[in-house]
Design a binder for this molecule. Structure first.
Ligand code: CP
Length: 467
């Protein structure tokens, strides 16, 4: 099996079997590092890092050097032509003609997808804003499997900034796919975004149960669990008594505690001051609690104040091992996408991919996420907003670039008015009519003004009830 010419933009781009095959290749490469230095001779990796990085950039560059390839670098927007207003697609086309593979980190969510769409060569997402960081997820999974052999049935707690922490977003989907249960322990105000939870439940099955404020208060103070995801494979007691289940879940201990830094650089005015709210630091004292007796303490790094230095020598601390695994994992990935290594893909259980119809209506909505690549002025000249219809009740569209979801307020159908202006009507998206519109006929509006500006008149069902 070959992954030649494929890109890795989100963790969904690899099946569970392909991930396990990459891990076997990484194991083989790690055992014989010095024998790999001819595999990518003559190949060039472009390393485009438009946000700060130590681990991801240097481990990718080290990986390419270990494979005998060469590296070209742009590591500062200010020193590239993006600073002159060049679009991401033009940059992608140009770099695609100089290199054999691109590794990109960019602050805009969905930027890696645009590069992959235009470069004409394999592209690896090294972090796109708060969206995803799929190669970090690979080495996170690899670390857990190395220590615990399997992911199925493990309890993994995610701790800290779950709103903007892109490493946790790709990790959540991967953990669900491999059958782990997830305990969400966000810093106050930095909970997992709704669109991530929606995708988790609709595409990977299982349930997310929210823990009540009273139960949180009565629960272990050291362990502020906010919600629990249980895979379809887990015995499910939570739906009946989610509050009791915090105690039940914690009784057997936690297999891994994945700590993240507060991503202050992505804060909007709304979150300013969140970092000053009290939140337990992961330190020697906290790890004395019996729930952490056998817990792997993980962190994508860099750390700031959330993870104390007093546990660095503790055998449960995995974060430096995680970072070190970055080299063999990225070597395996580069070799696979460049087609210089083929491998057998093991037969590993994986939920089938879900496909959704694309929204085709005109006028199209714009993505409500201010950090989405599709709304940036340099990109709107050529990039058409693109959405999938992921739910009809409530009607929900998901941006194909940043994956944020939103619920439009008003709907119309191209086949209702038969091109006669006097019957060109719009309805409330909450009215029962919304369910009957075929995806290819759907038109959505966010405001009545927008609908009326396009020549539509309110139906009897605007506002969800007959007027
Ligand atoms: N884990 C991680 O992405 O680290 P860097 O930001 O240093 O690359």
């Amino acid at each position: 099996m070959s992954l030649k010419n494929r890109s890795l933009v989100t963790i969904d781009d690899l099946s569970n079997g392909e991930i396990m095959a990459l891990f076997s290749l990484a194991d083989a490469m790690a055992k014989n590092m010095s024998e790999q230095n001819n595999l990518c001779r003559g190949k060039i990796m472009a390393s485009l890092f438009f946000e700060p990085s130590t681990r991801t950039r240097l481990s990718f560059e080290a990986a390419m050097h270990r494979l005998g390839g060469s590296v070209i670098t742009a590591s500062d927007v200010g020193a590239s032509s993006l600073a002159k207003g060049e679009s991401i697609s033009d940059t992608a086309k140009i770099v695609g003609s100089y290199a054999d593979i691109i590794v990109i980190r960019h602050p805009w969510e969905g930027a890696a997808k645009v590069v992959a769409d235009y470069a004409g060569i394999p592209v690896i997402n090294a972090g796109d804003g708060g969206h995803q960081h799929p190669t970090q997820t690979l080495l996170d999974l690899y670390t857990i499997i190395k220590e615990r052999r399997d992911l199925k049935g493990l309890k993994i707690a995610l701790w800290g900034d779950l709103k903007y922490g892109r490493t946790t977003h790709s990790l959540i989907f991967a953990l669900a796919r491999f059958g782990a249960d997830i305990l969400f322990c966000p810093s106050p105000g930095l909970e997992v975004p709704e669109h991530v939870i929606d995708k988790l439940v609709t595409e990977y099955g299982g349930d997310v149960d929210m823990i009540s404020a009273t139960a949180k208060k009565n629960a272990n103070n050291l362990f502020p669990v906010d919600a629990i995801y249980t895979t379809p494979n887990s015995p499910h007691q939570l739906a009946m008594m989610p509050d009791m289940s915090v105690q039940v879940e914690l009784k057997g201990g936690v297999d891994a505690l994945y700590v993240t830094r507060t991503q202050k650089e992505r804060f909007t005015g709304k979150e300013e001051g969140q970092e000053r709210k009290r939140y337990p630091v992961v330190d020697k004292k906290l790890l004395q609690d019996k729930v952490f007796r056998k817990t792997l303490v993980m962190h994508p790094l860099p750390r700031v104040d959330e993870l104390a230095y007093d546990i660095d020598a503790d055998e449960r601390s995995m974060y430096f091992k995680q970072a070190a695994h970055g080299v063999p994992i990225r070597m395996a990935l580069l070799a696979a996408l460049l087609g210089v290594k083929e491998f057998d893909v093991p037969d590993v259980e994986s939920p089938p991919p879900v496909s959704y119809p694309y929204y085709q209506g005109q006028p199209g909505p714009v993505c409500p996420n201010p950090r989405c690549v599709s709304i940036q002025p340099t990109e709107t000249k050529y990039l058409k907003p693109s959405f999938k219809i992921v739910n009809t009740s409530p009607l929900t569209l998901r941006c194909t670039y940043c994956e944020h979801g939103f619920e439009p307020k008003y709907v119309a159908s191209t086949d209702w008015h038969e091109h006669k202006l006097d019957t060109k009507k719009y309805h409330s998206a909450a009215s029962h009519w919304a369910k009957y519109i075929r995806p290819e006929n759907l038109i959505v509006f966010n405001t009545e003004e927008e609908a009326e500006a396009h020549g539509y008149k309110p139906s009897h069902f605007v506002g969800g009830q007959r007027k």
